[in-house]
Design a protein around this ligand. Sequence first.
Ligand SMILES: O=C(O)CCC(=O)C(=O)O
Ligand SMILES: [Fe+2]
Length: 196
Amino acid sequence: MNTNQIPNLLPFQGEVSFYESFFSVEESDVLLQQLYEEIPWKQEPIRIFGKEVMQPRLTAWAGDLDKAYAYSGITMQPIDWTPALRIIKDRIDPDDRFTNVLLNLYRDGQDAMGWHRDNEKILGTNPVVASVSLGASRIFQFRHYTDKKLVRSVELTHGSLLLMQGETQHYWEHRIPRTTQSTEPRINLTFRTLYG
Ligand SMILES: O=C(O)CCC(=O)C(=O)O
Ligand SMILES: [Fe+2]
């Protein structure tokens, strides 16, 4: 992927590029519907400060079947690539660098994801994360890990691709805040490489 002409959304200490219409509207409509139906979406509990709470969204983990994914006190067992996932992966990852994808289904604006970094050891030192969004537009925010007042925002639209790389996961947290604006579902796919 050639990212040379794309501006960096972060001012320093990381690289984030955004491709608004990576997939056409027609293609995105079909992929959204297909993923909605073919993925075994589940609401999973996570542990936060020792307490078990349900995640405010549905999730799934797909790709390399040898690679379970452990985060926030849960371990997700992978499902195989589905037809829609293969179509998306072939388009964003022709060199076959990513081993797996984490899927999130935000049922409406009340579903969200809190501040976090994608910095699990298994992702290596400078993880490359490719994030595909389908369905309702949602605001995606970055905030600097030590200067929490330093925030950058981008609207993740239907068919968009956001690429996080370099030192991003060391210095910046990200989240999808709740909103009263959006009532339609949104599916997000974050492609990752798991080492080992
Ligand atoms: O839904 C999104 O755009 C963000 C997902 C995310 O940050 C993650 O899966 O780690
Ligand atoms: Fe993330």
